[in-house]
Write a protein that binds this ligand. Structure first.
Ligand SMILES: [Fe+2]
Length: 230
């Protein structure tokens, strides 16, 4: 009589161990798929902000998915690692890694943006233009802690300065923009009122591979496929 047994081969065990020690990239893949599905419905900006904020909050609620290569600070300046760019450039996802004390200049975006803190804390100071043309801080700076999400856009308020809120350690925030932000001309502003056009670059030349799902599918096979022996 044939007996059905489930065999854990050494290669599958190795696969499972690899999975357990690997960043959980499925979280990022799920996020980009959900955001693409949202944008596919052509929602108005308030809906993008509201639903995108909820999706990003889910992503930054867990700190187990960002590969170390995209979490490295640089003592010279903050780093912007592209994690994913939508094929139609409808959005991009960027890991900002702040060394202690690092900050951006005052800048705009020209597209909607969502900022979710993954690790540490970030300080966001909005700016508004005064009648004489100078850029002045608008209200008090917002402190964003790990798990919190902030939004910017030309309609919500588009000009701010962002910095690491921590003086003694790196912080990481996940920024999502309504375009490939590495291909958007925008501006930096001096408080005196002058501006300079710029296009922000990316610190990385390779991207995390979100699309190799073979390890998880093989683990499912291992758990469900019976090996039959006589
Ligand atoms: Fe910004």
């Amino acid at each position: 009589m044939a007996a059905t047994v489930y065999i854990a081969s050494s290669s599958f065990v190795e696969l499972e161990n690899t999975m357990n020690n690997s960043p959980n990239l499925a979280r990022l893949r799920d996020f980009v798929q959900a955001l693409a599905a949202l944008l596919q419905r052509h929602p108005a900006e308030p809906d993008i902000i509201a639903q995108g904020r909820a999706l990003l909050a889910q992503l930054v609620a867990h700190d187990d998915w960002l590969p170390d290569a995209y979490a490295q600070p640089n003592p010279q300046r903050y780093q912007q690692y592209l994690l994913h760019a939508d094929a139609l450039e409808r959005f991009s996802v960027v890991s900002f890694v702040w060394g202690p004390g690092q900050c951006t200049p005052i800048h705009n975006h020209t597209v909607w943006g969502l900022i979710g803190v993954l690790r540490g804390a970030e300080l966001e100071q909005p700016f508004a233009r005064a009648d004489d043309g100078r850029w002045l801080p608008q209200g008090r700076p917002h402190t964003l802690l790990a798990g919190q999400v902030q939004a910017v856009s030309p309609t919500l308020g588009d000009v701010h300065r962002v910095s690491n809120a921590l003086a003694d350690q790196a912080s990481i925030s996940i920024h999502v923009y309504g375009a490939n932000i590495g291909a958007v001309q925008r501006s930096v502003f001096l408080e005196a009122g002058t501006s300079k056009p710029f296009v922000s670059g990316y610190s990385n030349t390779t991207l995390p591979n979100l699309w190799d799902r073979s390890a998880e599918l093989n683990a499912q096979l291992r758990a469900t496929t019976p090996f039959t022996r006589p």
